[in-house]
Design a protein around this ligand. Structure first.
Ligand SMILES: [Zn+2]
Length: 340
């Protein structure tokens, strides 16, 4: 299996994320705490989802340890399952990666306790170290450090990944105000992560395609390493640029995040268009975060010129009984459909 940087030198790399939302939607994970106990309770669901995403075009199998860190497990009173949960997540992802010839990625993420200059800092560093070490022991090809709104926290994660000698993909989550919580811009955060040794830097989560692109353009200009873009597949707008800020007029203006985002879901075409625009900017590590379905991943992969196994089933409307153009489609039905 080639390394991440070697793969990127030859063309775009696709990475499916969004395991948390998809397992929740399927009824195997509780919204609220959002802890991935599913890797222990229903490993077949997680393994199946890894396989679906690879089938749809993901070149990376990301171990589902998002929010499987010490701080989150403490909140649900289950610190005792920290190590088995991480080991199991890595085992499931490794099995699929090795069988499909894809990259195995370890994962660390926002701890939601980090604050600069507080006693939380060494605690956060220790949490990253234990997770990164488990990933290294499992033979991870890289570690994804994701969804950071603090540059300082991302740099702590990056340090531990580098200490383990693994390539790092560092992605930042940009909230409504457009800045990192340390006060720096997303492009400056990416520049600092590049200087600190990240292989790939960029953006993931929080913003939909339309509101991630302008930030992405600035990131691409600010760094010289490869850039990552993994938006959420939701129709965010300039006024409501993040999935957290979406307010649904169909439900009395209630906040749609996190379990009522369905009406905002992007089509696969919108994700394909996003991927094409990102590629035109020079962004070559592409994926989709919270809300991603295999159809979104396939659209991104196909926009990048790939033909994943799922492309065998990509739409061919010529054979449609009413909308098709095939000579075997009855003309009366085609005409009937033109009035539908
Ligand atoms: Zn996400």
């Amino acid at each position: 299996m080639p390394e991440l940087s070697e793969m990127l030198a030859h063309g775009p790399v696709i990475c499916a994320e969004g395991y948390l939302f998809e397992c929740e939607r399927r009824g195997y994970l509780q919204a609220g705490a959002f802890v991935p106990e599913v890797v222990l309770d229903h490993p077949e669901v997680v393994e199946g989802l890894h396989r679906e995403f690879v089938h749809a075009g993901s070149d990376v199998v990301e171990a589902f340890t998002y929010y499987g860190h010490r701080q989150k497990l403490r909140v649900i009173g289950k610190e005792g399952i920290l190590e088995p949960l991480n080991q199991q997540a890595l085992t499931l992802a490794a099995r699929v990666a090795r069988e499909t010839g894809t990259l195995l990625a370890g994962n660390v993420c926002n701890t939601n306790v980090y604050e600069p200059g507080t006693p939380a800092v060494p605690e956060v560093r220790a949490a990253f170290e234990e997770q990164v070490n488990w990933a290294a022991e499992a033979g991870a090809d890289l570690v994804i450090a994701e969804t950071f709104s603090w540059l300082g926290e991302a740099l702590l994660a990056l340090e531990t990944i580098q200490a383990a000698g693994l390539p790092a993909v560092v992605t930042f989550a940009v909230h409504k105000d457009g800045a990192m919580r340390d006060g720096v811009s997303p492009e400056e955060a990416c520049r600092r992560a590049e200087q600190a040794g990240a292989t790939v830097v960029g953006l993931n989560c929080i913003r939909g395609p339309r509101t991630m692109l302008p930030v992405l353009e600035r990131v691409r200009e600010a760094v010289s390493c490869e850039v990552a873009a993994l938006p959420v597949p939701y129709r965010t707008t300039e006024a409501e640029p993040t999935m957290q800020s979406l307010r649904d007029p169909g439900r009395n203006g209630e906040q749609a995040f996190p379990t009522a985002l369905d009406p905002y879901t992007c089509t696969r075409q919108e994700l394909g268009e996003f991927a094409a625009e990102a590629l035109a900017l020079g962004v070559r590590y592409l994926g989709v975060c919270c809300g991603a379905g295999p159809h979104h991943i396939r659209a991104v992969a196909e926009a990048a010129g790939k033909v994943p196994p799922a492309s065998r089933y990509s739409p061919d409307m010529t054979k449609h009984s009413f909308l098709g153009s095939d000579p075997l489609i009855a003309r009366a039905y085609q005409e009937y459909a033109s009035n539908l």
